[in-house]
Design a protein around this ligand. Structure first.
Ligand code: BV8
Length: 247
């Protein structure tokens, strides 16, 4: 049940900012980074594969890991959490969704105002040029080569120890510092600088809400903690918000 106190904070809110993590895609069957890797990836940790060093050391292994994830995501569907966030967007004059996820499921659920802090595995770029490549000749080489410069292709994501995309980070920071309500959903709050956004929202005076079945390092700083799965809590929250807006 969403508390009347929290619904009151939403009632007075014009600017709502949401940060999502891998937990929002968990109910779509996309494993989170905290989940142990399965199958042939069981012996690898995500943090050890999602780095430029790993790619330089073994480009084929890293490329094949992303191919496996790309297929998983292509077969996945947005779940009630993604759909509820898409329904929440038009309820507020100024709504901004910031995601750490690279699966593109928010956009497929209908969310339009999405900042992808860590890029997207639905896009591929040249490791050397840094520019996105939309098609390439399948010569059977793994990873495939850039059609322009012959460099290796890589997923268009931000790896650990790679700098954040400046524009996206700037917009995410502004949307976090200047908002009335900030929702931190399905994130372990362990990866920086994304994990600093809820703290920036607190500093900016926002009502900060955490939605997660588990506690995180941020839980005790949150003003409201909704303990549960995003796919259960968010549809209930959006139904209450819609009911309140009709009252
Ligand atoms: C940067 C894309 C600076 C790739 C990702 C040394 C040098 C430089 C930087 C560092 C360094 N040492 C540490 C750092 C900082 C580093 C970092 O934070 N490391 C961590 C490991 C400590 N950060 C970086 O490197 C960042 N860059 O700092 O740049 C710089 C400047 C100049 C030059 C060089 C560097 C870049 C970080 C981006 C990494 N890329 N993703 C890919 O996806 O393959 S991060 C990746 O992991 C995800 O995107 C996500 O952000 C993160 C996982 O976090 P979560 O999303 O929170 O998911 P997680 O699995 O952790 O948790 C799931 C949660 O869901 C849990 O809480 C669970 O309870 C909950 N849950 C489960 N089910 C549900 C649920 N919740 C709701 N409903 C459910 N049903």
């Amino acid at each position: 049940m969403i508390s009347s106190e929290l619904l009151k904070r939403f009632a007075g809110a014009r600017r709502v900012t949401v940060l999502t993590g891998a937990g929002v895609s968990a109910e779509s069957g996309v494993p989170t980074f905290r989940d142990a890797q399965t199958g042939l990836w069981a012996n690898f940790k995500a943090e050890d594969l999602a780095t430029p060093r790993a790619f330089r050391r073994n480009p084929r292994l890293v490329w094949e890991w992303y191919e496996w994830r790309r297929k998983l995501v292509a077969e996945a569907n947005p779940n009630p959490a993604h759909l509820a966030l898409a329904e929440m967007e038009p309820l507020f004059p100024n709504f901004q969704l910031i995601t750490q996820n690279v699966d593109g499921l928010h956009q497929r659920a209908g969310s339009r105002r999405v900042i992808e802090l860590h890029g997207s595995i639905t896009r591929t770029r040249c490791f050397d040029e840094g520019t996105v490549v939309s098609s390439w000749e399948d010569t059977g080489e793994v990873p495939p080569k850039c059609p322009r410069c012959g460099g290796l292709l890589r997923p268009d994501v931000v790896w650990f120890e790679e700098p954040m995309p400046q524009a996206e980070m700037g917009r995410a920071l502004a949307a976090s510092v200047h908002c009335d309500v900030f929702l931190s959903i399905g994130t372990s709050a362990l990866v920086y600088p994304a994990a600093s956004l809820p703290v920036e929202a607190l500093r900016g005076g926002a009502t900060v809400v955490e939605i997660n079945p588990q506690r995180t390092p941020f839980t005790e700083q949150a003003k409201f903690v909704l303990t549960g799965a995003a796919g259960v809590v968010l549809p209930e929250l959006v139904a209450d918000l819609k009911r309140a807006s009709r009252a």
